[in-house]
Ligand binder design. Structure first.
Ligand code: 5RP
Length: 221
């Protein structure tokens, strides 16, 4: 069910892409489906698409699909950012970072003229409630953990991966902690995002308040 929904959301997003556009390219499996569909379209139609990827995963997938890689130095304002999400509440606030790429994802989303999130129905929730992914400078891990607890996190889990022993290291060389703040009501979302980021040693967190997001495309199975 999930992957049909992801495919349908990706297909809707494909209609937004026009020749010559610079895309902000998020990360995750839904974005990868989108890139594969875009690649097929690029083979059929004579068009050029440029992309600013937000992870090694989307960088490699973009290259495989014929998208020309550019960066924010050259194109500081991508035309359209397409990204996935892990949870979206009824007001369009998101939690991202299931794939650990939220830092570059947030930079590229904020830089882009328009941000469209593509998800299947399983990501829709009334209120945000999953643990918030937080990218942390390794040097600061002990201090940051203490401060996150003081901020109200009931549990803080250092993310471990598969295919490697020990902690997940992000594309930026940092750690990820998943912080359980329980249910985050809409009115607290922006404050929660800012308070987490105000702790020295935290690089970014996975809360994407609704003000960053223009549209959400939900693919049904
Ligand atoms: C990566 C992300 C992804 O967009 C999010 O995890 C959704 O992934 P998927 O499309 O595989 O469900 O935020 O950091």
């Amino acid at each position: 069910m999930g992957s049909d929904g992801k495919y349908n959301a990706a297909k809707l997003a494909l209609e937004l892409v026009k020749d010559g556009m610079v895309l902000g390219i998020g990360s995750g499996s839904t974005v990868e489906i989108f890139l594969n569909l875009l690649g097929k379209r690029l083979k059929k139609e004579e068009m050029e698409i440029y992309g600013v990827p937000t992870s090694y995963q989307s960088h490699f997938a973009a290259i495989r699909n014929g998208i020309k890689i550019v960066d924010l130095l050259e194109h500081s304002e991508p035309d359209l950012c397409i990204d996935g999400a892990d949870q979206i509440d009824s007001k369009m606030n998101c939690i991202k970072g299931g794939g650990g790429a939220m830092t570059k994802e947030k930079i590229v989303a904020c830089a882009s003229k328009k941000v469209v999130i593509i998800v299947d129905e399983s990501k829709l929730v009334e209120k945000l409630s999953m643990p918030v992914p937080v990218e942390v400078l390794p040097f600061a891990y002990g201090y940051v953990s203490k401060k996150l607890k003081e901020l109200g996190a009931a549990e803080i889990r250092l993310r471990h991966g598969s295919g490697k022993v020990g902690a997940v290291i992000t594309d930026n060389g940092n750690l990820i902690v998943d912080c359980d703040f329980g249910v985050i009501p809409d009115k607290n979302v922006e404050r929660c995002e800012m308070e987490i980021n105000s702790i020295p040693g935290i690089v970014e967190n996975g809360i994407f308040p609704k003000k960053i997001i223009d549209d959400v495309l939900v693919g049904k199975s």
